[in-house]
Design a protein. Structure first.
Length: 356
């Protein structure tokens, strides 16, 4: 059995996965708070576009409309370690990568001002996921932090994030990129030689201005692709190593339970195991009614006991299917987590939770 404290102490990267509406964001934040309470320097990164992390930490009154941004922000509180939080900004991360890998400031500006580049960062499928992987790498290598806890997007999109470094690496290594798209090997040759007829045809279809942006982009991108490929390979290795632990968060309802099993199966296909299964929002176990009570109150208690029993049966079956190292049972709080006090209550539950 692996307790959360042990998991956080030994594993520098923790990924929380699950369907929407099961408390995944608050669980990720509570794990980070628990790490800070035991003396670690923890940062929680949300890449879920729903942006609930700031709400869970009570930061929505901050001058920033969401209270969090790409740069990690330290959250002050009464704990021996440090608690930080960050919300992914894909465009800012992408711009930073360009400036990092460009050989000159002129090359960086040429790319950043290119209309095709701006369109890629805003609309290209997979860009957000790869930028999330890149941001994870930066935080993991940042000496300020001992552990990075990631709040991933719901289910399917979480695997878009997990798989994105490998996809990018394969793209840059693919013969299509090397022979057709790679700078000075394809596009420029096509423009400067026998490809002129093709270029004129494409220009009539997509417009001369767009084609000019494409040619200029790939010309300016020369050399930068190597840095992207190398860093993607590093993140792919990180996500499949023992340095990363996977946590599934679910709730005792049909759809979240199906999603939890689906996530587990997808992890198993990648030879990845589940370190922790968190079953959230369970029906609490109430003490017996003492003294005189109405028949309605007694019936209500009996119904709650029956529901709690049914949920425990469901958890037993789920635990057998998923084969997590540890299963935690967290009970429904009286009110949604909306500040650090509520988060601390959830962190207390994580430390003293019932284990299966």
């Amino acid at each position: 059995m692996t307790l959360p404290a042990d998991l956080l102490a030994r594993t520098p990267v923790v990924l929380c996965l699950g369907s929407g509406g099961v408390g995944k964001t608050t669980t990720a934040a509570a794990l980070a708070l628990a790490a800070a309470q035991q003396g670690q320097r923890a940062v929680v990164l949300t890449i879920d576009p729903a942006r609930r992390l700031a709400d869970a930490m009570g930061l929505t009154d901050h001058e920033d409309s969401h209270g969090l941004g790409n740069e990690a922000r330290r959250i002050e509180g009464d704990w021996s370690g440090e608690l930080w939080a960050s919300m992914l900004d894909p465009s800012e991360t992408f711009d930073g990568l360009i400036r990092l890998h460009a050989e000159t400031e002129e090359q960086a500006n040429r790319i950043l001002e290119n209309r095709l580049y701006r369109n890629l960062t805003e609309s290209l499928s997979g860009t957000n996921e790869y930028m999330a992987a890149e941001r994870l790498r930066d935080l993991h290598l940042d000496d300020r932090f001992d552990v990075v806890i990631v709040d991933t997007p719901p289910s399917k999109h979480a695997f878009d994030f997990i798989d994105s470094p490998g996809r990018l690496t394969r793209f840059f290594d693919h013969r299509l990129y090397r022979s057709v798209l790679a700078p000075r090997k394809g596009v420029m040759r096509a423009v400067n030689s026998a490809g002129q007829l093709l270029v004129r045809t494409v220009s009539r279809v997509v417009g001369a201005a767009f084609l000019e942006d494409v040619v200029d982009f790939f010309a300016a991108f020369e050399g930068i692709d190597r840095g992207f490929r190398d860093r993607a390979a590093e993140v792919e290795a990180l996500l499949t190593s023992s340095a990363t632990a996977y946590v599934i968060v679910t709730a005792p309802r049909d759809e979240p339970l199906r999603e939890a099993r689906w996530i587990s199966e997808r992890l198993q296909r990648r030879s990845l195991s589940v370190a922790l299964l968190v079953v959230n929002r369970l029906t609490p176990r109430f003490d017996p009614i003492s003294g005189r009570a109405s028949a309605a109150a007694k019936k209500n208690l009996a119904d709650l006991i029956q529901l709690a029993d049914a949920e425990e049966t469901i958890i037993d079956a789920l635990a057998r299917d998923i084969e997590a190292e540890t299963v935690l049972m967290l009970y429904e709080l009286l009110s949604p987590v909306a500040d650090l006090d509520g988060l601390a209550e959830l962190a207390d539950q994580l430390r003293g939770a019932a284990y299966v």
